[in-house]
Design a protein. Structure first.
Length: 394
């Protein structure tokens, strides 16, 4: 097990860890934001039939002359069986099938109608004008969306146009959350002396929802070794990714590390050169990943954003999860004495980022207005106002 490693090393270990690639079939209504597991193939041609792109008149281009006799009308949704007569036209509307024999549509604005006769300027007419040919969008068997592609409202529309009702996407990991601590109670109950409200649970749950994950199974456990061992065993039987908060430091009631080891979890590393979140532990058991997050609320959120979030997104097929960050100029000079990477709650204003007061790891107040975290690298003691810093939006 590695101990007290740099943020860079943590990210490289996590990026290189193998993540299983599983698939699931989801209805289109649940497909937004998911990533395709396999290419999507068109089961029908679209359009299925030649149809009009304009409200106007369908003609046969080869029929001579600059006028036609209007003999039929075809509405969108109709299925015309018209015996085409030379020199005629058919009144037609956008989306309506172009009858056999016709090959060109003239929009009605270009036509003068006198009785049942239309007149038009022959010079302006071209063969095939305003006819949307069958298969112009795609043919049967054609790949319409490649694998590993993010599904957007537009792509959902494309799939619906093909009559597709479900799509094979990269499966979401099943996430479990264990909250440790005798002092933790749910808001809505009365706080007794020594107790605090559970804030890590709601923060993590909503973050998972924001990432498009299902609600995690949640276990709450007292700081008793046997109980912690039992609950971890139960959770590992159910989940792909296990998150724990608290109990990972060095106190007499911090049982998470030994309890994970008793359950066969291999610690990959313990403790990171960062503030907040120093006592973070990450382990694995087969394909399962375990994050034991230090209990302080700012440590939990900071570690979640930096490490848990990109791992979960990668699990769901997002190949850019580790590289997505922006650089923003710092609004005020920042100094630090300790050689740790700092993750600081910060607010964006007029294109600059302000580091907020209240950076202690127990203090949730800056989260009320922060837009994300600024990273100040381990080796730097000062960063001048105006210098570019890496900023991670929530
Ligand atoms: N002697 C040392 N003590 C500590 C060290 C150290 O290196 N040596 N590291 C400190 C740092 S840094 C951190 S971070 C914490 C991490 O401690 P644990 O992971 O063991 O977490 P707990 O002690 O259980 O809790 C810490 C803190 O967080 C509050 N908490 C826990 N769960 C929740 C929750 N669900 N919602 C809201 N708040 C929660 C808990 O009440 C504590 O105040 O260790 C330091 N100690
Ligand atoms: O590293 Mo701890 O997260 O400072 O409080």
């Amino acid at each position: 097990m590695l101990e007290f490693i740099s943020v860079t090393q943590v990210k490289s270990l996590l990026q290189n860890s193998s993540i299983p690639r599983k698939s699931e079939q989801v209805p289109l209504s649940e497909a937004l934001g998911r990533i395709t597991y396999s290419p999507v193939i068109a089961p029908i041609p679209v359009p299925l039939f030649d149809n009009s792109g304009m409200d106007g008149y369908a003609i046969c281009f080869a029929d001579a002359g600059d006028s036609r006799k209007v003999v039929h009308m075809v509405q969108a949704g109709a299925s015309p069986s018209i015996e085409w007569e030379k020199g005629t036209a058919v009144r037609i509307f956008t989306g309506a099938p172009v009858p056999k024999g016709a090959d060109t549509v003239i929009q009605q604005e270009w036509v003068t109608l006198v009785g049942d006769q239309i007149f038009f300027d022959l010079e302006k007419i071209t063969l095939g004008m305003h006819v949307r040919k069958a298969g112009a969008q795609c043919h049967v068997g054609e790949e319409v969306i490649p694998e590993n592609t993010l599904l957007t409202p537009g792509s959902i529309g494309l799939l619906a146009s093909l009559g597709i009702t479900t799509v094979e996407v990269i499966a979401k990991p099943k996430v479990g959350l264990i909250l440790t601590g005798d002092e933790i109670v749910e808001s809505g109950t009365e706080l007794l002396p020594g107790q605090i409200f559970n804030s890590n649970g709601p923060a993590i749950q909503t973050y998972l929802t924001q990432l498009g994950l299902d609600l995690p199974t949640i276990w709450k456990v007292k700081d008793q070794k046997d109980e912690v061992v039992r609950v971890i065993r139960e959770a590992l039987n159910e989940v792909d990714v296990l998150l724990l908060t608290g109990g990972i430091s060095v106190g007499d009631f911090d049982f998470v590390k030994p309890a994970l080891e008793e359950n066969g979890v291999d610690p990959v590393f313990y403790k990171v050169k960062q503030r907040p979140g120093k006592p973070l532990l990450v382990g694995s058991k087969g394909p399962q990943i375990v994050f034991a997050l230090p209990g302080n609320p700012a440590s939990v959120l900071s570690c979640f954003i930096q490490y848990v979030k990109p791992v979960l997104l990668t699990w769901m097929g997002d190949q850019g999860a580790w590289t997505r960050k922006i650089e923003v100029p710092l609004a005020e000079t920042f100094t630090k004495k300790v050689p740790l990477t700092f993750f600081l709650k910060a607010k964006l204003e007029n294109g600059k980022v302000h580091i907020l007061p209240g950076q202690e790891s127990f203090n949730l107040l800056p989260f009320g207005i922060a837009d994300g975290l600024v990273e100040i690298p381990e080796e730097l003691e000062a960063i001048d106002k105006g210098s570019l810093v890496i900023f991670y939006p929530w």
